[in-house]
Design a protein. Sequence first.
Length: 295
Amino acid sequence: MSRNLSILQRATAADLQLDPFPHVVIPNALPDDLYAELEASFPSPEAMGIKADRNNHRWNYASRKIRRNKALPQVWRDFIAYHASGEFYRDIVNVFYEGIHQLYPERFPDRGSLERLRVGIRKHDTFADKDVLMDAMISGNTPVTEASSVRSSHLDAGDKLFSGLFYMKPKTYDSVGGDLTISRYRSDLAGKPERHLKFKGAYIDDDNLEVVRTVTYDRNLAVLFINSLDSVHGVTVRQPSPHSRLFVNLVGEIDPPLYNLEDNGKPAHYLPANQPRTPIGLTDRIVPMVRRMFG
């Protein structure tokens, strides 16, 4: 790929914000010409087999599917391939090393411990021979018929080292809301184990939080962050609109997970740095092999 496709091409470690958790917000992330080309050729839901008839419903079209769908525009296939690659993982390390090390010093004691991780594609490769499984998904939230939040304040799953969003607000988009909130715990909960008792699964009521930053849904805007039990974020309520909220969703999964969320009354908790990896079953080995042969 001769073009610089990275949504982090204009970001440096100096852009990293550590409060309330490691994150970057990059306006005008891509050059204007590249963004305009992606915007003009954003694939229709029909081209990806997506049904868009539910109220404010989240949909994703994964990189493993995009790489097989030759009907999609080449610029999109290249863009997604880059953001599910080892090259983009290195971009993540370059920008986020300080934040990752600060959160997980035992698991990632130095830069080399991150740089040595082997990178694959989520649901195509497995942890049998990879350490980080990347995904970049063409995503959207369907039109709104009844005001609602597609996802209120929550934590992402503990197997995600990082999460990212590349916002692509359509020119016709007129819905109020759909902005990203970055929150911290209430001062009486900050840093205390009691905060983990406030979760129901991945979710936490907003009365336990204070919003530190609201990132307005916009064009050509990248937001990425490192996951932890303090990385609480959500999406504000969207008002009725016939237009979809479009974006690219990015993740990098690792094994073993960094933490577990609340489950069956057991509060959210971090896992030891030396936690054994999840056993790889026969199915996990065969399915990626079949995909490589026939996909």
